[in-house]
Write a protein that binds this ligand. Structure first.
Ligand SMILES: CC(C)(COP(=O)(O)OP(=O)(O)OC[C@H]1O[C@@H](n2cnc3c(N)ncnc32)[C@H](O)[C@@H]1OP(=O)(O)O)[C@@H](O)C(=O)NCCC(=O)NCCS
Length: 174
């Protein structure tokens, strides 16, 4: 199994697996109430908890791919994450993303999400990629739509009603 700890490069972003040195950046991201509001996840409570989350993240070793840190090329700063995650309970591959609020509204999530889809279809050869989003998160829904994903029902995910978006390889421009 190949290990894709280094992800695609886009105009403004580099993608790579998080390392322990990113703990402060991950804490800033995953403790921000505006970022965590629609994720269904509890916020991180400390930099130490972020370190634990990074060292305990095994997707690259077990599945070969996972969520990458999004590094802003201009500054070298970790400003968010994006990437694919295999969800065994749905037997599906999900694209996910989140960014620090000061970087919202510049097309960065769309840029990163498009790169993840291209990676999933062209490099991994996936047949389908899904996106799960809460109905009250229009910005995220818009990102999924902008990369060509279409609403495909709703699911109960961990007791939360989520919209399921999906795109198949043959329908993708990537
Ligand atoms: C969702 C998120 C990643 C979007 O990041 P971003 O870099 O601002 O996204 P983009 O700039 O690529 O695109 C956002 C789009 O949503 C639109 N948008 C933003 N807020 C909106 C709102 N309240 N209602 C409708 N559309 C909205 C923007 O106008 C833009 O669409 P456009 O290009 O057609 O104008 C960011 O808001 C975020 O990190 N949110 C918190 C974490 C999260 O919710 N992650 C997704 C979980 S499913």
């Amino acid at each position: 199994m190949k290990n894709y700890r280094i992800g695609p490069e886009t105009n403004r972003l580099e993608h790579r697996a998080l390392v322990v040195d990113d703990a402060k950046a991950l804490f800033e991201l995953n403790s921000h109430p505006d970022v965590m509001r629609f994720t269904g996840e509890p916020p991180l409570i400390s930099v130490a908890a972020a370190e634990e989350a990074i060292t305990g993240y095994t997707d690259f070793d077990t599945v070969g791919y996972g969520r990458w840190a999004c590094v802003l090329k201009e500054t070298g700063e970790v400003i968010g994450f994006c990437g694919l995650k295999y969800l065994p309970e749905l037997d599906a591959v999900d694209v996910g993303y989140r960014f620090l609020p000061q970087y919202w509204g510049q097309g960065l999530a769309t840029e990163a999400c498009a790169a993840s889809l291209e990676f999933g279809f062209s490099v991994l050869g996936l047949e389908e990629i899904i996106g799960l989003v809460l109905p009250g998160n229009p910005a995220s829904i818009r990102v999924l739509e902008k990369v060509g994903m279409r609403a495909d029902g709703q699911i109960d995910y961990d007791g939360i009603l989520a919209l399921r978006y999906a795109i198949r390889r043959q329908d993708s421009v990537f």
